[in-house]
Design a protein around this ligand. Structure first.
Ligand code: NAD
Length: 401
């Protein structure tokens, strides 16, 4: 008898809808069973697309009444950890949108619940699956970079239009900026870098200490003045706590340094990616812009033209090495993944989640990775509140073999 498909329920119907094509790609392995959203309008859209789907306004009721075996959590970030714990306790596997948890207590609670239930928990960090990031991962794992000493990651994307809805109401992203400080969105930038460094993996590294500095808030109030006028209650800088930009520095146990930048308010073109990796044998700089005018660049000592420090070392396009170092995921499933949307991320997230459920294997972004990367949110707030002082990063994976 064939394997039963995973019965998937989605909570939070907006981002969840983006997984349509990935679900189609795996139609024999996963069946969309239920959707939960507070908005009747969102539920009606899902019913129109999937006439057999069960719809729920209450999450408790969905966990109770739907026969789903797994839940995809795509609600506002404040809800992720609590909804994940509830689903795990109800016996469901969980794949959660970024980021996983908002406080250190939530991080520990997630780890404990996954350890107690033995169910699969994965964070859907799609940036880890971008083709260049996976190729650099493959090269780092094969030792091309030698010993890793330094990395950068950044999320730079003016998202101020998401602070208010089309009918001018505050969204959760908007109110969040009025209440929180620090680095509020670290996992797109840290996830790929942590994988390159083998963080939480046997023989790899561990994140041990972090500090964050934050600029003052200017961009949000300027946006509010432009959109609503100077009399709006959020038109002054004092209404906002989250600075325009924050820089986080992380030290690893092996002595590498990671620099993260987050900026989702400054007026500027979108930087889809910004990554750097430096090892003793090779150096990588990602293309910075969301267009084709820059290449992802690599220089490999003894392989690429020229030598360092003589000064004639020459960058080469990363793709010149794809025949040798393309990640097996992109070599084997690249065309299918690209079709499924979000640069392949949705396809590979779903593939790895289903693989982990079906084989009992550890997902590539498991609960230890999810909370280690997400802990930068509360830890950066602590550091900013202490004037940029370093704070320790807990060893969430202390029970890992
Ligand atoms: N990985 C990525 O590239 C990426 C991209 C966009 C968003 N996200 C993440 O996805 C999540 C959702 O973002 P979004 O832009 O879709 O937000 P959104 O506000 O547009 O949608 C959230 C949805 O959740 C519903 N909701 C809110 N509270 C709920 C509750 N208690 N129970 C059930 N439904 C509830 C809302 O009605 C809404 O439909 C966020 O965590 C965000 O960080 C990730």
């Amino acid at each position: 008898m064939g394997r039963q498909p995973v019965k998937l329920a989605v909570v939070g119907g907006r981002r969840g809808a983006a997984f349509d094509r990935a679900l189609e790609a795996f139609e024999e392995r996963v069946a969309l069973t239920a959707i939960c959203d507070l908005s009747e309008e969102v539920l009606a859209e899902w019913r129109a697309r999937f006439p057999d789907i069960q719809t729920f306004v209450s999450y408790d009721e969905m966990l109770d009444k739907s026969d789903c075996t797994a839940v995809f959590i795509a609600t506002p970030v404040f809800l992720h950890a609590q909804q994940a714990v509830q689903a795990l306790q109800a016996g469901k596997h969980v794949v959660s949108e970024v980021f996983a948890a908002f406080t250190l207590d939530e991080c520990w609670q997630l780890v404990e619940t996954v350890e107690q239930t033995g169910l699969v928990y994965m964070m859907a960090e799609n940036y880890c699956y971008m083709r260049p990031n996976m190729m650099v991962l493959n090269m780092a794992q094969q030792g091309v970079f030698g010993e890793l000493t330094y990395a950068e990651g950044a999320y730079i994307h003016d998202c101020r239009d998401l602070m208010f809805s089309a009918d001018d109401q505050w969204t959760w992203r908007g109110t969040w900026r009025t209440r929180s400080i620090g680095n509020g969105y670290p996992t797109h930038s840290l996830g790929p870098v942590a994988q390159w460094m083998g963080v939480n993996r046997p023989g790899g590294d561990r994140l041990v200490s972090t500090a964050t500095w934050m600029s003052r808030p200017r961009a949000a109030s300027l946006y509010v003045r432009d959109r609503f006028g100077v009399d709006h209650p959020a038109a002054s800088d004092e209404s906002w706590k989250m600075g325009d930009t924050a820089t986080t520095v992380i030290r690893t146990q092996k002595g590498a340094v990671i620099v993260l930048r987050v900026d989702w308010a400054s007026a500027r073109p979108h930087n889809m990616t910004h990554y750097v990796l430096q090892g003793t044998q090779a150096s990588y700089i990602s293309a910075r812009r969301h267009h084709d005018r820059e290449d992802h660049l690599i220089w490999i000592d003894g392989v690429s033209p020229g030598s360092s420090p003589e000064g004639d070392a020459q960058w080469e396009p990363l793709w010149d090495y794809s025949a040798q170092y393309e990640h097996p995921y992109w070599r084997d499933w690249g065309a299918q993944a690209a079709d499924a949307g979000h640069g392949g991320g949705d396809f590979f997230v779903l593939k790895d989640f289903l693989d982990a459920i079906e084989t009992g294997s550890r997902p590539p972004v498991d609960v230890y990775d999810a909370v280690t990367w997400s802990s930068i949110v509360p830890l950066s707030a602590q550091s900013v509140a202490r004037g940029g002082a370093p704070v320790d990063i807990p060893n969430f994976g202390k029970n890992l073999a």
